[in-house]
Ligand binder design. Structure first.
Ligand code: DQA
Length: 699
C-alpha cells in the first residue's frame, strides 16, 4: 500500500515547556505593583499575579496594612507562601508577570519555586525608597533606622535570586521591560496566553489584567455559577461590564442567529474595539462567541474560559471559531486566537460521568499523538480509583492543553499538515455521528474512529497491532466502546462531504507509533472499509463489564423538536405557567427521554420566524417526526400552518401550559388542523409523552 504521509511530530518537551514568568522583586517602594499593573494593562496576553492582593483576597481584607496588624507577620507570611506556591503549581504557557511582596523571598520554598522564572530585581538606593514610603502607613516603614537595616538584609536575598537587575529610580517607561520580555520568550510562543490550574477563575487579578477596556461577558446558562463568580470579581476589580449574555447553548444553538444576538447585544451596549469579550462555557459556546468576536467591528479581543473537559483538552484551545449551518457542522468560521485561555480544572468536579468519558477520549487521543509522557497520564486517570482521580485529571488536562497549544503554535491556520494530526479518528468519528444523527456522542464516535485509524496504520504503515489493543483496553477501562454495529454502507454516504477527500481518496491521520502522527496519508476508501469490516464492525452493541454502554447504533429515527418565540426564556419567564426549568435543562431531558425511546431528538429554538419555517422545510428531508411548540405564534401565524401541512411525518403540537384555560386569545391554535396529536398543560413531562406517542407511530 502506498504511503506518502507527512510526519506531523512536533518538538515538545513538557518538562522543558517554559513558563514565562517574569517575577518582579524588590524592597518596598520600588514600584513592583505599579509596574506589573501597567504592563498587564498594556494589552498583551499577560497574566498578572500580585502576592499581596492574593493574600488580601484569601483573608477577605481590604488592605495589607491592616492585615499585618490583625493577623501578625508570621501568619501573613504563611498565607503569602501558600498563595505563591499555589500559583507556581499552575502551568502557564504565555507570559505571567508576578509582583511579590518585599518579604516573600524570605521563604526558601518560594525561592525554590522561582528557579525557572526570570526574576527582575527593581533596585534603588535606600534613601530614594524611604522618600517614597515615609509617612505612608506601611507597617515596616515607620522608622528610618529599621527601614535601612531591613533594606540591607533583604537586598542580599534579591541579589541572589535575580536574573536581571534594573535601576528602579528611572521612570517606568525607561526600564526596558519590553526588552526583558523579548529576551525571555520561548521561540514557539504564539501569544495564546494559555494558563492551566485549579482555581484560576477565582483569581481576579489574572482575569482583570487580561481584559483591556470594557468587557462583554458571554456564558452558557449551564454555568451560571461560574459566570456569576467572574462577574463579581471583575466588578470588584473596578472593570466595566457592558453586557452579560447568558445563552442556552449546545450543538443545536450553535447557529448564526445566536451570533447575531451577541453582536446586537454588544452593539447596543456600545462596546468598542478596545474592549474585550470574555466567553465562559463549553466548545459550542466558545466556538460561537469566538466567531462573533472575530467579526465584531472586524475583530475584537476575546478571552476563552473553557468549562467542559472536552473544551479544556481540545475544542477550547487554538482559536478555531465558527457555527453550524443547519446540520452541516462548522461550515462557517474563522481562526481568531483568544488573547488568553484560562483553564480552571476545578470545574471538572461538577461534570457528569458521561461528559468526563467524552472528554477522556479526546485527551487520550492527544496522548497517542504527543507521546508516552502524555499517554501514560491517560493510563493513570483510567487506573486511578475515583477518590484519587482528580489530581490525575489535572495532570492530563495540563499536558493536553500544553501540547495542543504547541501544535497550534506550529501551524495556527491548519495549512501545514501539523495541526491536522488533531483530527486522528475524526474522519470516521464524524461519519458515525452523522449516520446516527448524533445518537452517538462525539467522544464515543472518536473512540471508534481512533480504533479504526490505528488498524489502518497497521495496514499502511506497518504499525504495531499492539497500538489498537492498547487503545481498546484503555477505552474499555473507562467504559468506552471501540467497536460499532454500524454497517460500512451506512457510513459511506457521509464521506462524500469530507473536506479531506479528493480523487485519490481521503487524507487520513495515522499513527506510526505513540508520539509519531502521520498526516496527509491518502488511502482509498476500500482500505478503510476492509479495516472496518475486519476489526471494528460487530454484529451487536456490546457490553463493557456490567454496563451496557451506548455504542454506535444503527440509524435511529430523528425527531425535530422545535421551540418557538420566547421559549429560550424558560426558567425565568412566568414560572407559574412554564415552571422553573431552563430551556437547556428541558432539552437535556428531551434528549435523554428520546434516547430511551430509541429516538434522536434534534432540538432547536429560535425567535426568528424565518428560521422556524426553514427548519420545518428542512424537516421534510431530515426528520422522521416533528414535535412543535411555536409559542405565541401558535395563535395567529398561518405561515407555520402552511409549512406543517405538507409534512408527511407524525406531527405533534405541544404546549407546556394549558392554553385552553388561559387568556382567551391563547385558546385558538391555527396549526391544529395540520397536526396529528396534541399535548397541552403537562409541563416538561408533556415532552416525554409526545416522544412516546411518536415512538408508537413510528413502530
Ligand atoms: C406556550 C403557550 C403560548 O400561549 C405562549 O405564547 C408560549 C408558550 C406553552 O408552551 O405553554 O410562549 O406555547
Amino acid at each position: 500500500m502506498s504511503a506518502h504521509g507527512y510526519s506531523a511530530a512536533i518538538d515538545f518537551d513538557p518538562d522543558a515547556t517554559p513558563n514565562v514568568r517574569i517575577v518582579l522583586v524588590g524592597f518596598m517602594g520600588a514600584g513592583k505593583t505599579t509596574l506589573a499593573e501597567r504592563w498587564a494593562d498594556s494589552g498583551g496576553p499577560v497574566l498578572w499575579f500580585d502576592s499581596d492582593r492574593a493574600v488580601m483576597r484569601d483573608l477577605g481584607s481590604e488592605s495589607v496594612v491592616n492585615l499585618f496588624e490583625e493577623v501578625g507577620e508570621a501568619r501573613f507570611r504563611e498565607i503569602e507562601r501558600n498563595v505563591i506556591l499555589a500559583r507556581a503549581g499552575a502551568l502557564a504557557r504565555g507570559v505571567e508577570v508576578w509582583s511579590l511582596g518585599g518579604g516573600a523571598l524570605l521563604d526558601p520554598d518560594v525561592r525554590a519555586a522561582l528557579t525557572d522564572a526570570c526574576v527582575v530585581w527593581l533596585d534603588a538606593p535606600v534613601d530614594v525608597l524611604w522618600e517614597r514610603v515615609a509617612g505612608s502607613d506601611r507597617p515596616l516603614a515607620r522608622d528610618y533606622d529599621s527601614f535601612r537595616e531591613l533594606h540591607a538584609a533583604r537586598n542580599e536575598l534579591y541579589e541572589r535570586a535575580a536574573t536581571v537587575r534594573v535601576d528602579a529610580t528611572r521612570p517606568h517607561d525607561e526600564l526596558g521591560l519590553g526588552r526583558i520580555l523579548a529576551d525571555h520568550l520561548p521561540p514557539s510562543w504564539f501569544g495564546s496566553g494559555l494558563a492551566v490550574g485549579g482555581g484560576l477563575i477565582g483569581r481576579i487579578d489574572d482575569l482583570a489584567a487580561l481584559c483591556t477596556g470594557p468587557i462583554a461577558l458571554v456564558s452558557d446558562r449551564a454555568v451560571t455559577h461560574i459566570a456569576d463568580a467572574v462577574r463579581v470579581r471583575l466588578d470588584l476589580a473596578g472593570r466595566t461590564i457592558m453586557s452579560d449574555e447568558r445563552l442556552p447553548m449546545g450543538e443545536w444553538n450553535k447557529q448564526l442567529t445566536t451570533v447575531e444576538r451577541m453582536l446586537e447585544a454588544w452593539a447596543n451596549a456600545g462596546l468598542h474595539r478596545a474592549g474585550t469579550v470574555v466567553a465562559i462555557g463549553g466548545g459550542t459556546l466558545l466556538d460561537a462567541t469566538g466567531f462573533a468576536a472575530s467579526i465584531y467591528q472586524r475583530g475584537i479581543a476575546w478571552v476563552s474560559v473553557p468549562t467542559t473537559l472536552t473544551s479544556q483538552v481540545d475544542a477550547g484551545i487554538g482559536g478555531k471559531t465558527g457555527v453550524n449551518l443547519g446540520v452541516a457542522k462548522n461550515v462557517v468560521g474563522t481562526v481568531h486566537m483568544p488573547r488568553a485561555t484560562l483553564i480552571d480544572t476545578t470545574v471538572l468536579d461538577d461534570l457528569p460521568e458521561e461528559a468526563l468519558r467524552d472528554g477522556f477520549v479526546e485527551a487520550a487521543k492527544t496522548g497517542l499523538l504527543a507521546g508516552e509522557w502524555l499517554l501514560s497520564r491517560a493510563d493513570e486517570v483510567a487506573a486511578a480509583s475515583n477518590g484519587d482521580r482528580h489530581a490525575r485529571w489535572l495532570d492530563l488536562v495540563e499536558g493536553c492543553a500544553g501540547y495542543k497549544d504547541a501544535v497550534v503554535a506550529e501551524d495556527p491556520f491548519d495549512t501545514d499538515g501539523i495541526r491536522a494530526q488533531l483530527n486522528l479518528g475524526h474522519t470516521l468519528g464524524h461519519a458515525i455521528e452523522a449516520a446516527t444523527g448524533g445518537a452517538v456522542s462525539h467522544g464515543s464516535a472518536v473512540a471508534i474512529g481512533v480504533h479504526a485509524a490505528l488498524r489502518l496504520s497497521e495496514l499502511a504503515l506497518d504499525a504495531s497491532p499492539e497500538l489498537a489493543v492498547r487503545w481498546r483496553d484503555l477505552c474499555t477501562s473507562m467504559g468506552i466502546v471501540t467497536t460499532s454495529p454500524l454497517a460500512w454502507s451506512e457510513l459511506e454516504p457521509f464521506f462524500a462531504l469530507d473536506k479531506k477527500r479528493d480523487e485519490h481518496g481521503i487524507a487520513w491521520v495515522l499513527l506510526g507509533d505513540v508520539g509519531d502522527p502521520i498526516t496527509e496519508q491518502r488511502l482509498p476508501l476500500a482500505a478503510a472499509q476492509r479495516v472496518w469490516e475486519d476489526h471494528v464492525h460487530v454484529a451487536h452493541e456490546c457490553a463493557v463489564g456490567e454496563m451496557l454502554v451506548a455504542s454506535a447504533s444503527p440509524r435511529h429515527p430523528r425527531v425535530l423538536v422545535l421551540f418557538g418565540a420566547n421559549l429560550d426564556q424558560l426558567g425565568t419567564r412566568d414560572p407559574e405557567h412554564y415552571g422553573s426549568q431552563t430551556l437547556a435543562e428541558l432539552i437535556r431531558d428531551v434528549e435523554t427521554w428520546a434516547a430511551a425511546e430509541g429516538l434522536v431528538a434534534d432540538c432547536r429554538q429560535t425567535d426568528s420566524l424565518e428560521r422556524f419555517l426553514h427548519a420545518l422545510h428542512e424537516a421534510r428531508r431530515r426528520h422522521h417526526a416533528v414535535i412543535i411548540n411555536p409559542g405565541a405564534w401558535t395563535h395567529h401565524e398561518l405561515a407555520i400552518h402552511d409549512a406543517l401541512e405538507p409534512l408527511a411525518v407524525p406531527r405533534v403540537e405541544i404546549h407546556l401550559s394549558a392554553i385552553e384555560e388561559r387568556e382567551e386569545w391563547r385558546h385558538a391554535s391555527v396549526i391544529r388542523p395540520v397536526v396529528d396529536h396534541v399535548v397541552t398543560g403537562q409541563g416538561s413531562e408533556g415532552y416525554r409523552q409526545a416522544l412516546r406517542w411518536v415512538r408508537g407511530q413510528l413502530r
